[in-house]
Design a protein around this ligand. Structure first.
Ligand SMILES: [Mg+2]
Length: 276
């Protein structure tokens, strides 16, 4: 019989964790059960490795994850056979990098800001207290949010048409500004969640004969590429009870806000595994 491995690629803010209080409470038992069943639960968000690792520890798991909007795939020690692709080992974790170092991103961003004539309020240029107050994160988490390795979060509040007018300046610098739940994140234009999922699939095929079946969960426009690159894409509701306007053919709209919707998809997956 053909062997299969299921990977659940999931966004975090507003999807697996609550949009407002960042709680992972609802999803925790389901994440653990999915992993017990042998599935991979692969976080795929704008968050840094440091932030994602803390969440993994809260949930008691150790899994590969896709960090900073697809800038790198970071896997636990020994997850990949190191001969299959170039990877950088940091504290034992294996990094396959698609994006560029944050210092380079910031340099290019400075040029966009000088053209624009005002600061876009990147997290790394702000006081940690200010990041904490606008995000609702505690000081330690806010500091972690500032320590981005491949990207910069922008907290400037600008009208949508102004952001759009900046797109060509970002593009000129080889950058793109992705709208997230609350803020925009600037990354190298070659990195995206979907590209990282495709690379994950290639790495998987290079070392395993098991067929990888991919599920995807997201809540916002920022998850378009994530959902386009999985076999079974799912969109959960936003806090206002609506679905983001994504243009995917096969996207399954889940009737539940954030983690409530996440749990519904997990229950389906777990149900399929139970003996009949
Ligand atoms: Mg989200």
């Amino acid at each position: 019989m053909e062997s299969r491995k299921t990977a659940i690629f999931t966004d975090l803010d507003g999807t697996l964790i609550d949009f407002n209080d960042y709680s992972s409470e609802l999803a925790r038992p389901y994440v653990q059960r999915l992993i017990e069943l042998g599935h991979l639960v692969v976080f795929c968000s704008s968050k840094t490795f440091g932030e994602q690792r803390v969440l993994q520890q809260e949930l008691g798991i150790e899994m590969p994850c896709i960090v900073e909007n697809g800038s790198a795939i970071v896997a636990p020690p020994g997850f990949w056979d190191e001969s299959i692709a170039p990877m950088r080992i940091v504290d034992g974790w294996q990094r396959v990098e698609l994006g560029k170092p944050a210092a380079e991103i910031r340099q290019r961003l400075n040029r966009v800001e000088s053209k624009f004539g005002e600061s876009l309020r990147g997290f790394s240029t702000m006081m940690t207290e200010d990041v904490a107050s606008i995000t609702g994160l505690d000081i330690i988490s806010a500091r972690r949010a500032q320590e981005r390795e491949y990207s910069e979060t922008l907290s400037a509040k600008l009208p949508e048409d102004v952001w759009e007018s900046l797109d060509s300046a970002f593009e000129y610098e080889g950058l793109k500004a992705l709208p997230g739940g609350r803020f925009r994140t600037v990354i190298d234009s070659s990195a995206d969640k979907g590209a990282a999922i495709r690379v994950f699939g290639e790495l998987w095929r290079a070392q395993s004969s098991d067929t990888l079946i991919s599920f995807g969960l997201g809540d916002s426009e920022n998850d378009q590429e994530l959902l386009e690159n999985v076999d079974w894409p799912h969109l959960v509701k936003r806090p206002n009870g609506s679905w983001a306007g994504l243009s995917g053919r096969r996207i399954e709209k889940v009737n539940g806000v954030g983690p409530k919707g996440w749990v519904k998809v997990a229950q389906q997956l777990i149900g399929e595994e139970q003996p009949v």
